[in-house]
Ligand binder design. Structure first.
Ligand code: ATP
Length: 241
């Protein structure tokens, strides 16, 4: 991997909650245009990693570089204006605002809303357009996930952080949402995707990292991870022969 191609790089990142070390020195990198997934079971540290990138939580030590900027020294809003947007775990839409109001809030770092981006989001997720005046709290879980992704796109990110977009959503909608993530990446948005649904994530992603109790224990091309007996047994539900 040549350095010119690297958009984003984490080196030796450590994050703690009080005396509990959640991330214990991870390193990873993402090239421009890639879809990269971080896999791991409950409590592995996936959400903590995403929150550290977005500066919603402090890094104990290590570096997070994005386009020549050291993110660990910046406030969260600056990270957004540099071009990183975060669709958080559990969606966190504003329930008492309409779908469109939620989307417009996603563009808060911009001086004005780009109508083309709004149209693109509605093209990606027509269901949001149909329901643009509906209160976000009354959407189904899958629709709220679409809204969370759409809202994250409104700041026109170069790097989109997606935390468990499949969580609690029917398989058919997961398929539909993942197909749209592929389209988002095809538009030139680089994607870092955290998932417990390893199979769906590896089918979508170019490469993957496996996180276990705060450490990266395996990384490679998605194909390699899908074919690894160790990953199959631990994350893809296949038994060792
Ligand atoms: P899941 O898939 O269940 O969301 P995860 O891989 O995203 O898991 P994290 O939420 O990052 O895992 O949690 C990593 C570790 O940090 C866990 O041991 C968790 O209990 C701990 N942790 C997370 N948030 C806090 C917090 N606010 N205070 C204390 N410990 C925390």
């Amino acid at each position: 991997m040549t350095s010119e191609e690297i958009l984003f790089k984490i080196s030796d990142l450590e994050v703690s909650y009080g005396s509990i070390a959640a991330i214990k020195g991870i390193s990873l990198q993402v090239r421009k245009g890639e879809i990269v997934t971080i896999l791991g079971s409950n409590g592995a540290g996936k959400t903590t990693t995403m929150r550290a990138i977005s500066r919603l939580i402090k890094a104990e030590s290590g570096s997070i570089m994005f386009k020549g900027h050291e993110l660990t020294r910046l406030p969260a809003h600056k990270v957004v204006s540099l071009g990183i947007s975060h669709s958080p775990e559990g969606r966190r839409v504003f329930n008492i605002l309409s779908v469109e109001e939620n989307l417009l809030l996603g563009a808060y770092t911009k001086s004005k809303v780009d109508q083309e981006i709004l149209s693109w989001v509605y093209d990606l997720f027509p269901r949001l357009k149909e329901r643009k005046s509906q209160l976000a709290g009354t959407l189904s879980g899958g629709e709220q996930q679409m809204l969370a992704i759409g809202r994250a796109l409104m700041s026109q990110p170069e790097l989109l952080l997606l935390d468990e977009p499949s969580l609690g959503i029917a398989p058919i909608l997961v398929k539909a949402i993942f197909a749209q993530i592929k389209k988002i990446a095809a538009k030139g948005v680089t994607v870092l995707l955290v998932e417990q649904n390893a199979r769906a994530a590896l089918k979508l992603a170019d490469r993957g990292y496996v996180l276990e109790v705060g450490k990266i224990v395996f990384s490679g091309q998605s194909e390699e991870l899908l074919n690894s007996p160790r990953i199959q047994e631990a994350y893809l539900g296949k038994q060792k022969k």
